[in-house]
Design a protein around this ligand. Structure first.
Ligand code: PHE
Ligand code: ZN
Length: 889
């Protein structure tokens, strides 16, 4: 057995280019479950012709069979082999051929990384970030880009379909019932974009004509019975291809584009060149089995992976610290795509809600890291909401600062400079800056500093001078390893409303002493101004304002900050809720009011006082639902996006005391005529259509139904049962079931049993059934969780099952945080069991304990004890070790 190497922390500052380029790679796979052989033949180009440094190849769980240099075999006793590396010395200084024979064992690979056997029977690969080293010995890093040719041999009956990247250049039969296929990818790529699939698959085929007139074959591969469920995904793919041409002028660059759906996949999907591999749940959909949320997720992720072809594949990352270069940018692109296909404000509201709940808390915890991290032990642990979602906000800020046209110019320059290269976040920054001759230097701090900036904004109106002063102060909290922060560049989008609720025209701005005239991007009068806040404290003064405005700050959430507005009153918020032309900020005003209300009610509930909701707020919510009487309000609200109505009608009850929550919800249904909303928004058309209008209608109806059911009265239960039974699509059926499941009792139990009976053969629907039970606040649910671990529908080896049953449980207040520690103990047990099979998924689970320092005293010690138990377990994976140890530090 080779020498075992200890886990090692890797640092950005240590980056060095390799001593050897790989020019071409020919891979040959002979597939079989127990033992697959891989032979790779690499054309190696030494960087320097006067010396030959050691060539260090990565490799894990790979058995070395032979090494040949220019056809000559090296004695295995002469090469250096450890549990992680194969080091070759005394190499030629001229270009040479390196041939390596190796052996792997797909059947026992439960990590779902490298080459593995899916439960559906197919062979499948996952190489990002560092999985290629589990296939063969290689320089497994993204700045090593080569042209790949892949030959696959396998049993023809068991594996009739053989796929890899690029174009099929040869195929045929072999002896013993085997056959082969040879694929050639004309684009050079890092090995993390390599993919191979072999199995019994059927495709839905279509074509797309690019704007330069090339026909591209599109194929989505699944087991035969699932082909009918790929219609939406195919539609989404064609929309994506068209959108990237229209918005960025980017065309697809090969004649074939394949997507494969696999039921066992650690992540959402993977952008392998011309062979995207998807978690089935992000491909398969039918009206009966998938919800509006699923349909929207499929659209977004199909877009995301497709867009990676340019942002990620054609231009890739120099090293893994630059991950946000491709992910932040591609998330931004998929967000914009989804906005254009549906409702822009609804999409924005959802994205910001996710950023705040998941990313802001990550940024305030022990795993806080910058968009570009400084170090890692396991890269898998840095596929985070910070790199993805905050990274997308950073990209969005360029667009807010430079305008849509300026941003496009920056993108064009980025591709012009870097097509075919592996680059850094500075390269992206420089393209944006240079294309616009902009001065943005402080902006780079968004990449290097962790923590969510707190932006405090206060105002003063001077009636005599007709001026309005906006005073800004920014502060970035300290995070692990970064006690002191520098101010960053924050684009603060501001609108000012007059007493009629209209946007005032912003003409002149006094900015730190200099006078600027304001225009919108088309040169017309400005209604939103973007203030560039780049100092710790700063003042801006708007001139020529005839009356005191109501300010609308951070429109469309123009920067990922926590906004504090000491001078904004409740009346201002209600006014914004009614009138703001920025629909995001209308929602925001309602949320802020709702949160204030809850925070006011909780202590009252705890003191057993009478609870009352201010009538102004009730009236505001009534109007949002279209039930208001005030006509000027009405006009604004009639024009409000339907989906926004539904979003605006939710008022963050999560944070609240149960009684305050229930009583507030109880008053709303009465006052807001929620029963009427349910009946009015019921569809008479049994045919399901996934479009914005229908989605918005279903969403408002189901929201109202949920609030009604929180009353737990006979007639509300009856209404929900009726909705459940008459539902003709999964969106409505599942919403009704969720409403019923809020309240413990026979009705809930029977509905759950009925749902399972109906859908037990549809694994993706059964996952929803698991989610519903695991997220339950019904006391003592840990018992039920243990029972479900043994349920035939659960399988620890399948990440979707784990994400459905364990993930949501860890977000529950009552049961995960049970006072006796049973929730934490449960999680620790599951994590340790899971870690032996799939460390990536195990480490995602253990993250739920990492914020233990925020728990109350009793819970702190219970959670800490479980983390310690995990950390000291023998044979722990590096993945879980990194999270557990950093959480305890
Ligand atoms: N690169 C993938 C994406 O975001 C995510 C992924 C990372 C998938 C690592 C698998 C493994 O599109
Ligand atoms: Zn991505």
């Amino acid at each position: 057995m080779a020498v075992k190497e200890a886990p090692k922390e890797i640092f950005l500052k240590d980056y060095k280019p390799t001593g050897y380029h790989f020019d071409t790679v020919e891979l040959k796979f002979v597939l079989s479950e127990k033992k697959t052989t891989v032979v790779s033949k690499i054309r190696v180009l030494p960087r320097n012709s006067s010396e030959s440094p050691p060539l260090v190849l990565d490799g894990r769980d790979v058995k070395l069979l032979f090494v040949k240099i220019n056809g000559e075999e090296r004695k295995l006793e002469e090469v250096e082999l450890t549990s992680r590396h194969l080091t070759l010395k005394s190499l030629p200084v001229q270009p040479f051929d390196l041939e390596i024979g190796s052996e792997i064992h797909p059947e026992t690979n439960l990590s779902l990384e490298g080459l593995y056997k899916s439960s559906s029977g197919m062979f499948c690969t996952q190489c990002e970030a560092e999985g290629f080293r589990k296939i063969t010995f290689y320089q497994d890093r993204p700045d090593v880009m080569a042209k790949f040719t892949t030959r696959i041999e396998a049993d023809k009956a068991q594996y009739p379909v053989l796929l890899s990247n690029g174009n099929l250049i040869d195929s045929g039969d072999l002896e013993n019932g085997f056959h082969y296929a040879v694929w050639e990818d004309p684009f050079k790529k890092p090995c993390y974009l390599f993919a191979l699939v072999a199995g019994q698959l059927t495709s839905r085929d279509d074509t797309f004509k690019t704007r330069s007139g090339r026909d591209v074959q599109l194929r989505i591969w699944t087991p035969a019975q699932d082909v009918p469920k790929t219609e939406h995904a195919m539609h989404a793919l064609k929309l994506s291809m068209k959108w990237d041409e229209d918005v960025y002028g980017l065309e697809y660059d090969l004649d074939l584009f394949n997507i494969v759906a696999v039921p066992d996949f650690n992540m959402g999907a993977m952008e392998n060149k011309s062979l995207n591999i998807f978690n089935s749940k992000l491909v398969l959909a039918s009206a009966e089995t998938a919800t509006d949320v699923d349909y929207a997720a499929i659209l977004g992720v199909i877009g995301h992976e497709y867009f990676h072809n340019w942002t990620g594949n054609r231009v890739t990352c120099r090293d893994w610290f630059q991950l946000s270069l491709k992910e932040g940018l591609t998330v931004f692109r998929d967000q914009e795509f989804s906005s254009d296909m549906g409702s822009r404000p609804v999409k924005r509201i959802g994205d910001v809600a996710l950023l705040r709940t998941a990313q802001f808390s990550e940024d305030a915890g022990p795993m806080a890291h910058p968009v570009r991290p400084h170090s890692y032990i396991k890269m898998d642990n840095f596929y985070t909401v910070t790199v993805y979602e905050k990274g997308a906000e950073v990209v969005r800020m360029y667009q807010t600062l430079l305008g849509k046209d300026g941003f496009r110019k920056g993108m064009d320059l980025y591709f012009e400079r870097h097509d075919g290269q592996a680059v850094t976040c500075e390269d992206f920054f420089a393209a944006m800056r240079d294309a616009n001759s902009a001065n943005l230097s402080v902006f780079l701090r968004w990449y290097s500093q962790a923590g969510t900036p707190i932006l405090t904004v206060s105002t003063a109106y001077d009636a005599a001078a007709r001026s309005y002063t906006v005073k800004c102060k920014q502060e970035i909290p300290s995070t692990p390893g970064q006690p002191v922060k520098e101010p960053t560049l924050i684009p603060l989008a501001v609108g000012l409303l007059n007493s009629k609720g209209e946007d005032m025209v912003l003409t002149e701005l006094l900015d730190g002493g200099s006078l600027k005239s304001l225009k919108d991007t088309a040169g017309g009068p400005a209604k939103t101004a973007v203030l560039v806040v780049d100092k710790e404290e700063q003042e801006f003064t708007f001139l020529n304002l005839p009356e005191k405005p109501v300010p609308s700050f951070l429109r469309n959430f123009s920067a990922p900050v926590r906004l504090v507005t000491p001078t904004v009153t409740d009346d201002d918020l209600l006014f914004l809720l009614a009138h703001d032309s920025d629909e995001f900020n209308r929602w925001e005003a309602g949320q802020t009011m709702g949160r204030k209300l809850m925070l006011d009610l909780i202590p009252k509930a705890q003191r057993n006082e009478q609870l009352a909701v201010p009538s102004a707020f009730v009236e505001g919510m009534r109007r949002i639902c279209g039930k208001g009487t005030n006509t000027s309000w009405r006009k604004r609200t009639d024009g409000l996006d339907g989906g926004c109505r539904s979003r605006c009608s939710t008022y963050c009850p999560k944070i609240c005391d149960k009684r305050a929550c229930v009583e507030t919800e109880a008053r709303f249904p009465e006052n807001c005529e929620y029963r009427l909303i349910v009946t009015e928004n019921r569809s008479s058309d049994p045919h399901y259509t996934f479009d914005h209008k229908n989605k918005a209608r279903r969403s408002l109806k189901n929201l109202a139904l949920g609030y009604l059911c929180s009353l737990d009265e006979a007639d509300t239960t009856e209404l929900a049962l009726k909705e459940y039974k008459s539902a003709t699509n999964m969106t409505d059926q599942f919403a009704a079931l969720s409403s019923l499941c809020q309240n413990p009792g026979d009705v809930r139990d029977e509905a759950l049993a009925n749902f399972y009976e109906q859908w037990k053969d549809e694994t993706l629907v059964v996952n929803k059934w698991l989610v519903l039970q695991s997220m339950s606040d019904i006391p003592g649910n840990v018992k039920n969780m243990r029972r479900l671990l043994d349920h035939p529908s659960f399988d620890m080896k399948n990440p979707n099952k784990v994400y459905s049953l364990i993930g949501p449980f860890c977000r529950t207040a009552v049961n995960f945080h049970a006072k006796d520690g049973s929730g934490y103990e449960f999680l620790a047990e599951v994590t340790l069991q899971l870690d032996k099979m799939n460390p990536q998924v195990a480490s995602r689970m253990v993250s739920s304990l990492s914020r233990w320092k925020r728990f109350d005293e009793g819970r702190q010690s219970l959670a800490k004890a479980q983390l310690e138990r995990i950390a000291k377990t023998d044979g722990l994976s590096e993945n879980v070790f990194e999270i557990a140890s950093k959480s305890l530090a």
